[in-house]
Write a protein that binds this ligand. Structure first.
Ligand code: ZN
Length: 293
């Protein structure tokens, strides 16, 4: 999810009588937590783990293990992206109940649509405090890794373009650490059979989440994978781009910087993945085996 402002207003409730009681009970609602209040008590389950202040509609298994994994992911981001991160406090709202989850999001973040809350997790900023909201389920680990990347990169790098924000989140969400996303690779193969070709500058022009469909997510991931796994020259290019973005100055798009290498971004993409416009994915399978071993 991209950079949005929100306000975790109150504990969502399912029934009218609970809502009635809730209005009284939650007089100091969870919002007060951000101001140092005691509102966490309003939640059925609340605790803290590492930098996370956790509010949930029930206990979550191995919460400390998840928190520790995210802290380690933060350290990895700092090393691999050469970007200093300030991870002080992150609000983590976890829901076993989808209805409560959607209600909480729609109350907390203005302008969210039903499509936005259909996903497994979401990140927003409350002032400068990152807030992650997620559904507890089989995908929780990936969801938290994905939203955590958004949550720590956006405050440090507010100019981060949408495609790279999502590309990095999808690369680092893979728990095994290799960044390979088989589902997205297959999606690109299918789209390529219908005429799709990579085009970085087209991706760079996208500024709204609504413009990001499956194809755009998959392509964003593929560019990010190339930048992080294609060799030191690509990673250095990414790091210097991020450094420029952090300076808040208008940074030249990555597609323009790429030309210094003597190749267009698309030529690099074709070469790295072993595709050609007429003979696609010739090496895709062997690369895939190598990446995920
Ligand atoms: Zn995302």
């Amino acid at each position: 999810m991209d950079y949005i402002q929100g306000n975790p207003t109150r504990v969502p409730t399912r029934r009218a009588w609970v809502i009635t009681i809730g209005w009284i009970w939650l007089a100091g609602s969870v919002l007060c937590w951000f101001a140092g209040g005691m509102a966490g008590q309003a939640w059925p389950y609340h605790t803290h783990s590492g930098p996370f202040l956790v509010f949930a509609d029930g206990p979550v298994r191995d919460l400390d293990g998840l928190a520790q994994e995210l802290v380690q992911l933060g350290e990895r981001l700092q090393t691999e992206l050469a970007i200093p991160l300030c991870i002080e406090r992150i609000g983590l709202y976890l829901f076993h109940d989808r209805e409560l989850y959607e209600q909480f999001l729609l109350q907390s973040v203005p302008h969210l649509t039903q499509r936005d809350v259909n996903r497994q997790g979401l990140f927003f900023l409350h002032g400068k405090t990152p807030v992650i909201v997620a559904l507890v389920g089989a995908d929780l680990r990936r969801t938290l890794r994905h939203e955590f990347v958004h949550a720590v990169l956006n405050p440090s790098c507010p100019q981060l373009p949408l495609w790279l924000d999502e590309g990095l989140a999808m690369y680092y969400e893979v728990p095994e650490g290799h960044g390979w996303q088989e589902r997205l690779a297959e999606s690109l193969e299918r789209q390529a059979r219908q005429g799709w070709e990579p085009n970085l500058s087209r991706l760079e022009r996208l500024t709204r989440m609504q413009q990001m469909g499956v194809q755009e997510y998959a392509e964003a991931w593929s560019w990010t994978f190339l930048l992080l796994r294609g060799g030191p020259e690509y990673r250095t290019c990414l790091q210097s781009y991020l450094a420029d973005l952090r300076r808040n100055s208008p940074a030249r798009p990555l597609s323009e910087r790429w030309l210094k290498s003597g190749q267009s971004p698309e030529q690099s993409w074709w070469a790295f993945y072993g595709w050609t416009p007429t003979r696609r994915a010739s090496r895709w399978e062997s690369w895939r085996q190598w990446w995920i071993r």
